[in-house]
Design a protein around this ligand. Structure first.
Ligand code: NAD
Length: 261
């Protein structure tokens, strides 16, 4: 197989949960450019439509499948709409999450309502969307790909009030290994990418503080924070035939940050 074919997603259908977000939309566009037809699932119907239109304007096939993916019924409806439109489902990307910068509390006082919100946004969204997407993959018997978005925070503490987020991302990383183990028998691989700070609206406030940003950048050997485009190559790798024998892995995309720890 030539290297182009290895990374080709021709004929594949991808369900990108959080596909209207900064990272989700970058990944959706990259998967479409690699040949996939994509369903943009997002709680914001307007931004899901706009993202699908952007992918279509680039010459690829995309639909918006608006859903709150913390609701099993809504996630299943969105997956069913993708399968109905495209006839199959091969890939689910879980790009719903974040929120950490909005609820910074010291570990000893971390409040329950903020904790529950971060867990819903980062962990339940991943579990519910994955369950909805994997069932038709299992039924079709063609294998599949699950790509989670964890964070270097699953591995590294940070002295900034991130308790709930690190717990949620730790769980996402653990589930990546657990699902890889359980679903290997269906030839469904499960991997995750774990970025450090990526320049997106989610972290704009934190990175807008020059002292904070300088501290972050000083610890990253490549000397900058990430861009959404830094994540898309790995997303294509993990969702294509190139990664057929890779499962249960968490790839840090962090400019070398974790190499220094
Ligand atoms: N931005 C970073 O620095 C960074 C770093 C490491 C990991 N991550 C992770 O990457 C993922 C994406 O982050 P982002 O920066 O693109 O965030 P984002 O807020 O731009 O995108 C998240 C998207 O999810 C959607 N969403 C929220 N709740 C939803 C729900 N219940 N159902 C459906 N859609 C919902 C939002 O509308 C939004 O479009 C998150 O898991 C985040 O934790 C981000």
């Amino acid at each position: 197989m030539d290297s182009g074919a290895l990374f080709s997603l021709d004929g594949r259908v991808a369900f990108v949960s959080g596909g209207a977000g900064a990272i989700g939309s970058a990944i959706a566009q990259a998967l479409a450019a690699a040949g996939a037809r994509v369903a943009i699932a997002d709680v914001s119907a307007d931004r899901a439509e706009a993202t699908a239109a952007k992918v279509a304007a680039a010459g690829y096939e995309a639909i918006a499948t608006p859903a709150d993916v913390t609701s099993p019924a809504e996630a299943q409806r969105a997956v069913a709409a993708a399968v109905e439109r495209f006839g199959r489902l091969d890939i689910v990307v879980n790009a719903v999450g974040g929120g950490a910068g909005k609820v910074l509390f010291s570990a000893e006082d971390y409040p329950r309502d903020a904790w529950d919100w971060i867990m819903e946004l980062n962990l339940r969204s991943t579990v519910v969307a994955t369950q909805a997407a994997v069932r038709p993959m299992i039924a079709a018997g063609r294998g599949g790909r699950v790509l989670n978005i964890s964070s270097v925070r699953a591995q590294l503490g940070i002295n900034s009030g991130y308790s709930a987020y690190v717990a949620a991302k730790g769980a996402v990383s653990s589930l990546t290994r657990q699902w890889a183990t359980e679903w290997a028998k269906y030839r469904i691989t499960v991997n995750a990418i774990a970025p450090t700070f990526v320049d997106t609206p989610q972290v704009a406030m934190l990175l807008g503080d020059p002292e904070f940003k300088a501290g972050v950048v000083a610890r990253i050997p490549l000397g900058r924070v990430g861009e959404t485009g830094d994540l898309t190559g790995a997303a294509v790798f993990f969702t294509s035939d190139a990664s057929a024998f890779v499962t249960g892995q968490i790839l840090t995309i962090d400019g070398g940050l974790t190499a220094t720890q």
